[in-house]
Design a protein around this ligand. Structure first.
Ligand SMILES: [Zn+2]
Length: 242
């Protein structure tokens, strides 16, 4: 499978950047994980909206789901023009209720709700979900194809559950909002904690993402490498083969 990073920023994007969005390509089939602001534009560099088999959201914060509010117009219009035949399948948490209700747009989306027991077969991949510790209902997502395994942390604080869920992954795509903890408590991980998670989980490779745009990315990377050498920082529109 291939991971194409469409947006790497958390909270809001840097100039010219985009928030969380990860396109997975597996044997010519496409699956989008998270759809933050700026992702819809980036997606169309790689594939058509019509080509998406489904969208899976880790949680309903707008830096992970905001572009669905624009995508609904695209899908609704394409269906009306006959250039698209099916609504887009969307898998997402059912809370917060108000955010879920706002995204429930049956003219464009065929929505199913996920929880920690959900297992899905999409784009030739097996998906599982693990609850994370964030300010709202949030799931890390495991994607497996044959012997290959990619785990995406979504947004979370450092905890044992993610280490267990990521155990033995080929790639851990992990949030690292700041290099190190500051004075302001935030429901996110530092680059040091991401590195520690990768080390304890015994993964092959750590990809740091969900960066705070004012943070020094180089400092994040060097901090993660102090505990896990195989750390890299993701680049937008770059492809990673897993
Ligand atoms: Zn976020």
């Amino acid at each position: 499978m291939k991971l194409i990073v469409l947006g790497k920023y958390g909270t809001f994007p840097a100039a010219g950047g985009a928030c969380s969005g990860y396109l997975i390509e597996n044997n010519g089939r496409y699956l989008l994980i998270d759809c933050g602001n700026g992702v819809l534009s980036r997606l169309q560099h790689i594939c058509r909206i019509e080509d998406l088999e489904a969208i899976v959201l880790s949680h309903l914060h707008d830096d992970h789901a905001g572009d669905l509010r624009i995508l609904k117009y695209a899908v609704e219009t394409k269906l009306a023009f006959g250039t698209m035949r099916h609504r887009v399948k969307v898998y997402m948490p059912s809370s917060p209720e108000r955010a879920a209700r706002d995204l429930d747009y049956p003219q464009a989306f065929d929505i199913s709700y996920v929880n920690e027991k959900t297992e899905l077969e999409l784009a030739g991949l097996h998906l599982r979900f693990c609850p994370m510790r964030h300010s709202i209902e949030t799931y890390a997502i495991s994607l497996e194809a044959g012997a290959k395994k990619l785990v995406y942390s979504a947004d979370t604080t450092f905890h044992e559950g993610l280490i267990r869920f990521a155990a033995g992954a080929d790639v851990l795509l992990c949030e690292a909002t700041l290099a190190e903890a500051g004075d302001v408590p935030i429901p996110h991980m530092t680059a040091l904690e991401a590195g520690e998670t990768a080390r304890l989980a015994g993964v092959e490779r750590l990809l740091l993402t969900h960066l705070w745009c004012d943070e020094d990315a180089e400092r994040c990377l060097l901090t993660a490498r102090t505990v896990f050498e195989q750390s890299e920082e993701v680049m937008e529109l770059q492809e990673y083969v897993i």
